[in-house]
Design a protein around this ligand. Structure first.
Ligand code: ADE
Ligand code: ZN
Length: 333
């Protein structure tokens, strides 16, 4: 199974570029940019990656992102992630970035997006990995800040396919961003949102009803509501699920208790993704393997996660057909 999963061409739809910052690069950038981090060694830093919920992770994740200063830093971060994609046979990736994490520290929007974008162009050219970029609003910040960020993004519309919503779900309902999402849609952006990671099924309903989203990031608490579950299955509304993230952040106590396999068998368009791999212990192959090891699952079901990801992606119908053929060819040779 390990060989099959590793070689399976994969599509990633839920990855925060700031969450790919490996400890080694964090220390290197802290030194070169003269940024203090409250850890003396990589071992000390890794010891701090012991999370009990989403917020305990976010506190460390935002602190880590402080070392990213120059355009080259954003380029190096993205390039390192793309090399991981290549090693894991990821053929297409849709990447989140959190501009407010950086603009709030005085880093310009252009520095962030240009560094990421240049690496993505090189990744397409040299590694053959296609991509889309999604800009997330931080939901713990206010509506005005989101509107301001949307205005900064508009001149870069050619580089950004969609807007998303991430950070602390509890206490920050989707409704807070209804107007900014409407404005984003009016400007031609697609929309997605984190919902149902820690929040209840109502949080998923809100995101669907108020934000016009094309897919739900996480969404695993949908299984607490049979009516919602049936609707997600019938409408094939995609869920970008992140197994290692969910167990690291105690959404599920153990991988055996993860509901993704049940959701797949109930006909939902569920996909496997890595979320913040540098913090949660693994990239795409590791996430697939974690599910395969904890659940009795067939190779056909494993491949269905990739077919679902192609269906849920923001690429053209022709590209979807092409990627589907890549997977079918893999399965028949
Ligand atoms: N930002 C980075 N990772 C996140 C997650 N898992 N949930 C919400 N916001 C995030
Ligand atoms: Zn996420």
């Amino acid at each position: 199974m390990k060989k099959f999963i590793h070689a399976l061409p994969k599509v990633e739809l839920h990855i925060h570029i700031e969450g790919t910052l490996e400890p080694e690069l964090m220390f290197e950038l802290a030194k070169s940019n003269n940024i203090e981090i409250p850890f003396n060694t990589i071992a000390e830093l890794k010891d701090a990656y012991d999370f009990h919920n989403l917020q305990s992770f976010l506190d460390i994740y935002y602190q880590g992102a402080n070392v990213l200063v120059k355009e080259q830093d954003f380029f190096d971060l993205t390039w390192a992630y793309l090399l991981r994609c290549k090693a894991d046979n990821v053929i297409h990736t849709e990447i989140f970035f959190d501009p407010q994490t950086h603009t709030n520290r005085g880093i310009s929007f252009d520095t962030v997006i240009n560094g990421i974008h240049k690496a993505l162009l090189k990744g397409k050219e040299e590694l053959g990995i296609s991509n889309k970029l999604i800009m997330c609003f931080l939901r713990h910040l206010d509506e005005d800040a989101a509107f301001h960020t949307l205005a900064l993004a508009i001149p870069h519309k050619d580089k950004i396919i969609a807007v998303g919503l991430d950070s602390s779900e509890l206490g920050n309902p989707a409704g807070k961003f209804e107007r900014v999402f409407k404005e984003a849609i009016n400007n031609g952006f697609l929309t997605v949102a984190h919902a149902g990671e820690e929040g209840p099924p109502e949080s998923i309903r809100d995101a669907l009803e108020l934000l016009g989203i094309s897919r739900i990031d996480h969404g695993v608490t949908c299984s607490e509501d049979d009516t919602l579950l049936a609707m997600l299955a019938i409408k094939r509304i995609p869920l970008t699920v992140c197994p290692l993230s969910n167990t690291k952040l105690k959404v599920f106590d153990a991988m055996e208790q993860h509901n993704i396999v049940n959701l797949l068998r109930e006909g939902l368009c569920v996909t496997i993704n890595s979320d913040d791999p540098a913090y949660f212990g693994g990239y795409m192959t590791d996430n697939f393997m974690a599910i395969a090891e904890a659940h009795d699952i067939t190779k056909t079901e494993i491949s269905q996660f990739t077919f679902n990801a192609i269906e849920a992606s923001f690429i053209s119908a022709e590209e979807k057909e092409r990627l589907t053929m890549v997977i079918k060819n893999y399965l028949t040779t």
